[in-house]
Ligand binder design. Sequence first.
Ligand SMILES: [Zn+2]
Length: 76
Amino acid sequence: MARVKSILQRLEVRPAGRLSLCSHKKSHAIRKGEPRFVVRAPGPAAGEKGYCAACAIQMIDKAQADLATLKGELPD
Ligand SMILES: [Zn+2]
């Protein structure tokens, strides 16, 4: 059977290498060593955006809800 294709963007959580700011809210600082949720845009020359843990959890919760809605529109 063919491998199931991933529909997610390239996502990962990794420790911040230095002090950085959350891409969702600039007032959210991510200190060196704290987890940073990294979203890389598709494509070869794509940049990446980093988010603090609080924003990342909200984004992942929304993604899960959106996926559940889409799944609900399909037959079992
Ligand atoms: Zn944030």
